[in-house]
Design a protein around this ligand. Sequence first.
Ligand code: TYD
Ligand code: MG
Length: 454
Amino acid sequence: MAKIKTKFICQECGYESPKWMGKCPGCNSWNTFTEEIINKETKKNSRGISSNKVLRLKDIEVKEEKRITTKYMELDRVLGGGIVNSSLVLVGGDPGIGKSTLLMQTGDKVAGQGLKVLYVTGEESARQIKIRAERLEMESDNMYILAETNIDHILKNINELEPDLLILDSIQTIYNPDITSAPGSVSQVKEITSTIMRTTKSTNMSTFIVGHVTKQGSIAGPRVLEHMVDTVLYFEGDTQHSYRILRAVKNRYGSTNEVGVFEMRDSGLEEIINPSSFFLESRTENSYGSVITASMEGTRPLLLEIQALISYSSFGNPRRVTTGVDNSRAAMLMAVLEKKAGVQLQNTDAYINVIGGMQVKETAVDLPILCAIASSFREVKIDSNTLIIGEVGLSGEIRGVKDIDKRIGEANKMGFKRAVVPYSNKKNIKNISDDLDMEIIKVKNIEEALNVLL
Ligand code: TYD
Ligand code: MG
């Protein structure tokens, strides 16, 4: 067999070199060279005639993709309704967050339906996997384990076994021996992913790839993987809390911003079907600065507690510390509160926190944040059975939010008796308020809201 040749290409300007260089002579940028295989065949073919015909858009038939259910409602929803045949899914996350556990359990559920699952691990030995499987009480006959890091051997085994689902744990440990750079480097990760993608697309097999998130927050191989794969999922959470959130960042077969909630237990991951009650479990009833709101996570409303603590600052430069909400958004809300409601915050420190370590990016939580601040400042409690929703504008007006009916519906399900919502959402609320056992108060600006609540 002829020796496979490689070359180094500058990712900035495309300068080619037979050796790695620190600085590109073409564009003077540093550390931009990555190794790539010189593939003679593709060069020849690229001049040839394309084998795909031009089609009229009208004439293209769309077949419903075949999907495998994972038996986890949360995971199926995030994937857009199950695992699509011949799709490539990247699961990213911090080391130790539970990616291997999630995929082992998923593999077991899929194998339980009589489908063949191949779990390739480059991180643990087959024995370690067995110990984990025992802990997770996995028993299916169709789960195969391969402890291997060489892509050629992995491909050989895939061809022999012909699995329906392939799990590669993790992309950073698998290497192509033809490339000299170390496993986990950009060129290795890119090469392995495109090899696996070709195999996945040419067969009925679906593939999950695990990728560790590096310090910079992107999966190694600066996001090169994200645009190569069909679906990108991130598994998030922190070691302080037992819950984990699976988030779709990209999905060719479903909507993004869908999330699934899981809890890490001693016996593995358990899905949380009703996350609102999970997040409100230890809520503080009737205390200053605590407010309940509903945030949309994908298509699903999630009830959350937001807390604010306002205390006198003994230094000239007051602190504004937020966790879970945007810092500059909170600063803006405090400015609106000062200007429009006469709440003097210039000599106070402000701490704002979303309970449970959740991150909320929606503007619909403006009003609850503002109310929590006002409640803590005035030391007046807000009834803990009241739901608060609304976006706040710079002149203190309250703007409508999307999916108001879903949010109110979720609160109603959780036994809430009162909701303070934007007046401009009036139309959407009309349809639902008749059959709800809930008082719905529509407010136009922050003075009205504060009058009702404090
Ligand atoms: P793991 O799936 O190995 O994480 P990753 O593959 O993302 O690096 O999970 C590691 C953590 O999960 C580990 O610290 C122990 C914990 N864990 C449990 O709490 N319960 C369990 O049943 C299992 C298997 C792991
Ligand atoms: Mg792992």
